[in-house]
Design a protein around this ligand. Structure first.
Ligand code: C2E
Ligand code: MG
Ligand code: MG
Ligand code: MG
Length: 270
C-alpha cells in the first residue's frame, strides 16, 4: 500500500507539498518590490591562500534579511528568482554591489579578488557580457579582480560562447561545487574555467584516499587553480595544504559576514 502511494506521490494531494508551493508563490510575489527597495544584500566570506593563510579574496553571498521576518536560505530565494526570471535583474544588482565593494576595498589599499555567483539561467541573457563589462567599467574594479562562479546544472555547456565572452573581458571563471551534480572533468575541459571549486562533499568523501590529490593535480595540469569549499577543521586545512590545494574557504577560515567598516582593512583605516 505504501509503495503504491509512493509511486503515485506527486498526483495525490499532499498538504506539505501544497504549503511549500504557496510559500514559494508568496516569495515570488514579494521579491520584485523587495529588490526595488534594496533589501537584497551581500555577505562576504574570505578566500584564503593555504600556503600562507593570506586572505586573497572574498566570495559574495546573497542575503535577504527581510525586515521583521526570518532570514531566508539563499538557495531557496535564488531558485524562486530563477523560476520567475527575476534572477536577471537580481543578479545584475548583486554583481554591481559586489564590484563597488571590491573597488572600495581597493581604494583602501586591499587588493582582493571578488568572487560572485552567477546562476546558469543568467547565461541565457544575450545582454549578459555587455552588462558585466558595463558594471566593471562603472565600478572601477579591474576585470581580473572579478571571478564569476557557476554551478554546472547541465545548462552551461550550450552557453560556451557566453562563457568565452566573459573570459574575453578578462574576468575569471570558476566551476562551483565541482564534484556534485552534473559537474565533471568533461565540463571542466570543454569550458574556459580558470578555477575549480571543490564541493565540501568531496572533502568528506575522499579525505583519506588520495583521490582528492589526484583531482587537484588534474586541475593544475589543466591550468586551473583549485579552491576547497567547506573547510571546517584545522585537520582539513592541513590535509588540503599538503595536497597542494591553492585556496580554501570555510567556517574554520572565516564565516560570511557583512563588508563592515574596516573588514579586511587590518591597516586600521576604518
Ligand atoms: P555556494 O556558491 O557553493 O556558496 C557556499 C555556501 O557554503 C554558502 O552558503 C556558505 O555560507 C556556505 N559555507 C561556507 N563555508 C562553510 C562551511 O565551512 N561549512 C558549511 N556547512 N557551509 C559553508 P549560502 O550563503 O547559504 O549560499 C548557498 C548557495 O546559494 C550558494 O552556494 C550559491 O549556490 C547560492 N547563492 C548564494 N548567493 C548567490 C548569489 O548572489 N547568486 C546566485 N546565483 N547564487 C547564490
Ligand atoms: Mg559559490
Ligand atoms: Mg553554487
Ligand atoms: Mg560552492
Amino acid at each position: 500500500r505504501w509503495a503504491r502511494q509512493d509511486r503515485l506521490g506527486p498526483e495525490l494531494f499532499d498538504p506539505a507539498r501544497a504549503a511549500e508551493e504557496r510559500r514559494r508563490h508568496r516569495l515570488a510575489a514579494a521579491m520584485p518590490a523587495a529588490l526595488d527597495r534594496g533589501e537584497f544584500t551581500l555577505h562576504y566570506q574570505p578566500l584564503v591562500r593555504l600556503a600562507d593563510g593570506a586572505t586573497i579574496g572574498v566570495e559574495a553571498l546573497a542575503r535577504w534579511p527581510r525586515p521583521g521576518g526570518r532570514p531566508l536560505d539563499p538557495q531557496q530565494f535564488i531558485q524562486v528568482a530563477e523560476r520567475t526570471g527575476l534572477i536577471h535583474r537580481l543578479g545584475r544588482t548583486l554583481l554591481e554591489q559586489a564590484c563597488r565593494q571590491g573597488a572600495e576595498w581597493r581604494r583602501a589599499g586591499h587588493d582582493l579578488l571578488v568572487s560572485v555567483n552567477l546562476s546558469p539561467v543568467q547565461l541565457s541573457d544575450p545582454g549578459l557580457v555587455a552588462a558585466v563589462a558595463d558594471i566593471l567599467h562603472r565600478s572601477g574594479l579591474p576585470a581580473d579582480r572579478l571571478q564569476l562562479e557557476i554551478t554546472e546544472t547541465g545548462e552551461a555547456l550550450p552557453y560556451r560562447s557566453v562563457l568565452a565572452g566573459l573570459g574575453g573581458l578578462g574576468v575569471r571563471l570558476a566551476l562551483d561545487d565541482f564534484g556534485t551534480g552534473y559537474s565533471s572533468l568533461a565540463v571542466l575541459t570543454a569550458l574556459p574555467f580558470t578555477e575549480a571549486k571543490l564541493a565540501a562533499e568531496l572533502l568528506l568523501g575522499f579525505h583519506e584516499s588520495g583521490v582528492l590529490g589526484l583531482i587537484i593535480a588534474a586541475c593544475h595540469e589543466m591550468g586551473m587553480t583549485v579552491t576547497a569549499e567547506g573547510i571546517e577543521t584545522a585537520e582539513q586545512e592541513q590535509t588540503l595544504r599538503a595536497l597542494g590545494c591553492d585556496h580554501g574557504q570555510g567556517y574554520h577560515l572565516g564565516r560570511p559576514a557583512p563588508a563592515g567598516k574596516g573588514r579586511f582593512c587590518s591597516g586600521g583605516d576604518g
